[in-house]
Design a binder for this molecule. Structure first.
Ligand SMILES: [Zn+2]
Length: 106
């Protein structure tokens, strides 16, 4: 197998392997990019997992990473971190990181 080059570019296709039919899907319409590669609407990771498609929207909780600390505040945090030898983090950034890690309740 040779890598695609600029002389013979491969057209974008759905790369899902249909095991029962022993072939790739190769659909060309409405492709979206996923970690596993390009997939058509019938072969998205969510569809294959029998799960609802994720809706576009807010990823991180509102307020996470949006409040920059003033320079003077970060200097204080820097000094405190250097003195303690621990990781540099301000309280609101730490809180935002915790909120981002915590599973969202609905
Ligand atoms: Zn497909």
């Amino acid at each position: 197998m040779t890598a695609p080059d600029s002389q013979h570019p491969r057209p974008p296709v759905c790369g899902h392997w249909i095991g029962a039919e022993r072939r790739h899907c190769l659909a060309r319409q409405d492709l979206r990019e996923y970690l596993s590669g390009l997939r058509c609407p019938r072969h998205t990771p969510a569809k294959l997992a029998n799960a609802p498609e994720p809706v576009p929207g807010a990823g991180l909780p509102a307020g996470a990473w949006t409040t920059p600390s003033p320079q003077s505040a970060s200097a204080v945090f820097d000094e405190a971190a250097i003195r303690s030898g621990k990781r540099r983090s301000s309280p609101h950034v730490y809180r935002a990181a915790l909120d981002a890690q915590r599973p969202q309740r609905e």
